[in-house]
Design a binder for this molecule. Sequence first.
Ligand code: NAG
Ligand code: NAG
Ligand code: NAG
Length: 447
Amino acid sequence: MTNQIHFLLIFSLLLFSTATSSFIGVNFGRVADNLPPPSSVANFLTSQTTLTSVKLFDCDPQILQAFANTNISLTVNIPNANIIPLTDPSAAQSWVSSNILPYHPQTIIRYIAVGNEVHFSGDKTLIANTVKAMESIHQALLTSKITDIKVTTPHSLAILPPLMSPSSGHFQKGYDHVFFGPLLEFHRKTKSPFMVNPYPYFGFNASMIEFAIFKKNDGVLDKATGLKYYNMFDYLMDGVYSAMKRLGYDDVDIAVGETGWPSAGDPATEPAATLDNAVSYNGNLVKHLKSGKGTPLMPNRTFDTYIFALFNENLKESVSERNYGLFRPDFSPVYDVGVLKSPSQAGGPTTAPSPTESGGKWCVAKPDATDDKLQGNLDYVCSLGIDCKPIQDGGPCFDPNTVRSHASYAMNAYYHINGQQDSDCFFDGTGVVTSSDPSMISTLTCI
Ligand SMILES: *[C@@H]1O[C@H](CO)[C@@H](O)[C@H](O)[C@H]1NC(C)=O
Ligand SMILES: *[C@@H]1O[C@H](CO)[C@@H](O)[C@H](O)[C@H]1NC(C)=O
Ligand SMILES: *[C@@H]1O[C@H](CO)[C@@H](O)[C@H](O)[C@H]1NC(C)=O
């Protein structure tokens, strides 16, 4: 087999190995006065993207109608202000009759989100009534013989006190047994997911931006478990998992209601809101999710995930808030995170160009790099969800079985998948870009 063909084969594996039945969707926020009509949005998503689910912040009949017969599922939202009235079973029944029955099942509705971040609202009456309203809606669905719509409610990560480590995660005192216990019991009973909105963009440590945006970093050790974290998404998700486990609900599924990163911001006050950071966060997040790898505390678990957001929303307050979109209102991509059907339609920088564009450049370990450093590179790249099976025991690139050879394979995969910028072969000074065929380098036989 020629080098070139071998190379392409490995790349197909890297790019197309998707081991998950969970979906990647997008939030359709509409705090804007220049958005296209719902029917155009539905057409666009169906014809141009691979996104299979859309989360709404309302239950707008026009949108439900627009997504009929599209095979794109929806999450609809009941505003916080309607929660208390809907604790009444007959009100819940009439809500389902007028908001769901006319559209179901031509429009696939995956989840009904009862309220949004009710805990974050701090409104104790609202919080105290949320599970009751969820139960009423769930019962109303069953009465209408609907069993394929799950009921949930999304939470901000303020449900946890600041995390000292993932394994120390616990719910805010005072809410753990009175709110989260009954809520998780509801989720277990109805097989619906606990929905959270993790945003590494909020609250990342400025000296650890790489950790927040899935770039190469030294990792953060959880001393209690001995597990090392290479990205903040996993760190936060495992914090949530630990809190659930503490109450005895580690079997309940988790879904991600919102996560994202703004592609622009006020340079003075929002310096981390840049296109590069947004491309890195959302692009690597999508790869990580598609790998089906899970997190250190939840190996192989997958999460239905909604990226925030579909469009830039021009009526939001701050510059960064107006720039979370993957698309502009005219459907041009702000950048592609790997959700466009054809890469040629992508506008901004792409994260995974074809290897045939490489012009024969490889990233390999520097001769003087220590095995310790190289092991770190290897752990980091494989933790991203980039397919490392070829260098595992039994894989075609396992031999020669040395850290140096395995690390070079992984570093090169990372370099290519990120678009072959020299900075993606830096690895703290342990990587070097070469244009000579790496099969000529004695320790490497499998690139
Ligand atoms: C609809 O979506 C499901 C899951 O996303 C997929 O398995 C199925 O093939 C799709 N059907 C059509 C007609 O596209
Ligand atoms: C940020 O990270 C640095 C390096 O690990 C650490 O010294 C510092 O205490 C952290 N700051 C905060 C606020 O956690
Ligand atoms: C995760 O999946 C891998 C590969 O399929 C398997 O070897 C491993 O045992 C699984 N781990 C758990 C905890 O299920």
